[in-house]
Ligand binder design. Structure first.
Ligand SMILES: [Zn+2]
Length: 95
């Protein structure tokens, strides 16, 4: 039986290990900007989240992203929540 090895990553919110492509990457670039990286291609330090705003909320509570990126202003969390809600929406349902 040939099984392709799937790269697994851990969600910093709920701690679940899931295939990398099922998670959303959060990235901090060289300029210090933190944003969502749905394509997983932006350069910089990354952390992974389930595409679920609840996991971002958990990560915020645990300060998991602070551990990865350093201090994060509340407005960054707000922006990530918005971006995550959009990313979590299935393809084709965007207005
Ligand atoms: Zn999660």
């Amino acid at each position: 039986m040939v099984q392709k090895k799937i790269p697994m990553r851990q969600c910093v919110g709920c701690g679940a290990s899931r295939p990398k492509k099922e998670l959303v990457r959060v990235v901090k670039n060289a300029a210090g900007d933190i944003s969502l990286d749905p394509a997983g291609k932006k350069p910089g330090r990354g952390a992974y989240l389930c595409p679920d705003p609840a996991c971002l909320a958990k990560a915020q509570k645990k300060k998991a992203l602070e551990r990865a990126f350093g201090a994060i202003p509340p407005e960054v969390y707000e922006s990530l929540q918005t971006q995550l809600a959009q990313a979590a929406r299935p393809e084709g349902t965007k207005e």
